[in-house]
Design a binder for this molecule. Sequence first.
Ligand code: PRP
Length: 196
Amino acid sequence: MSRIRTKKEAKGQEGNRPGEELRVLISHARIQKKVAEMAREIRRDFPKDSLHLIGVLKGSIFFLADLARELGGEVSFDFLGVSSYGKGTDSTGEVKLTKDLDLSIEGLTVLVVEDILDTGLTLKYLLKSFEERKPKHLRVAVLLDKVERRIADVKADYTGFEIPNEFVVGYGLDYDERYRNLPDVCVLQLGTRGKT
Ligand code: PRP
């Protein structure tokens, strides 16, 4: 088990596999505090609205769960799945829906909930698709923002933390589907031993 609770515990600690080292970037306590702040800000902007949260699978699930509970008032949620055809500067920006929303968003106050904003290509695609479905309001909350990686001209309305361009896992984010269950956001460093 690789649950890491404190910086001290995590420092230099190996992950699940040989050669994978984890370093806490943002502790669970800091995440919780920030999520509560973001929820207060969102509720200040929409004090009476029923908020419809859309979680982008899979990385957003913990952020959405925590944010939904901090928001108070009337909240509903739905999920969608996407897969992108390649990432980085050579990306075509093409995004494929692997799971569409279950519910209509027409007339609703919608908050797209993302764990991380990287190139912005996924969000750009999603915003275009959602705008066509005529919500009353369309806003975006992201926990992590790798600003320097941005390709698409998009930004979130509510941002938790701006982070450097390092490979991060935990609190929903994965490496090869692992580490999503870490309570902290950690930098994953790959040594030579773990490489195939
Ligand atoms: C992450 C994140 C966004 C996307 C952002 O998902 O949840 O959906 O990448 O990247 P972009 O800004 O470069 O488009 P990922 O593809 O890692 O899938 P996952 O959430 O299932 O892990």
